[in-house]
Design a protein around this ligand. Sequence first.
Ligand code: CTP
Length: 219
Amino acid sequence: MKLLVTAGPTREAIDPVRFISNRSSGKMGYAVASAAAGKGHEVRLISGPAAIEVPEGISIVTRVVSATEMLASVHANVDWCDALVMSAAVADMRPAETSSSKIKKDGSTRTLKLEPTEDILLSIASLKHDRVFVGFAAETERLEENARQKLEAKGLDLIVANDVSATDAGFEVDTNRVSLIERNGSVEKWGLQSKSEIADRIVKWIEDYISSRRSQSSS
Ligand code: CTP
């Protein structure tokens, strides 16, 4: 299988020294890339700024900073893949203007005007065909309901939902507690596990999904 994985946060520049971003460490996406490479799959990783060593066996690593760069890199690679795991926490908003020089303080209150970034998954919906698209949902409330809405709106096969308000799961830590919601409506709740265990199981889910579709189409 050819697997494209996105990981980490994106950074949206305010000026040459400041940016807005989020708490994503990239651990979950790197764990998925590592699990897939360990099982002999071809993996391309698109990574936002993350302080993690690239796992062995990844064929191509593209480093990006902003949501716009991640969008361009996903577009350049999506045709190649059989499956995409979009675990990056892409910034939804960016400063409407980026200053080319450092903004100096002058004691006054400032307002930062933000504009929406493009939704990467929505932008590639027409390129899906028989590719498997897996998304992540970071939620702090109504986990299943919100995640299911994202699965439908973004045309995904699977969404991995996590409650990012817990302290032992979600952003930054090595463990996570996720629910897997499939397109057919089935929901599986997994207890607290390491991100590498979750990654192994997500890769297994994709392998099984692809092989069950193959056997359905050949019967
Ligand atoms: N995503 C994306 N492009 C964006 C934002 C998110 O492709 N501009 C992807 C993420 O990589 C993830 C999924 O969409 O796989 C859901 O991301 P999430 O941050 O949970 O939700 P949003 O769609 O950004 O919605 P909201 O922030 O309102 O919860």
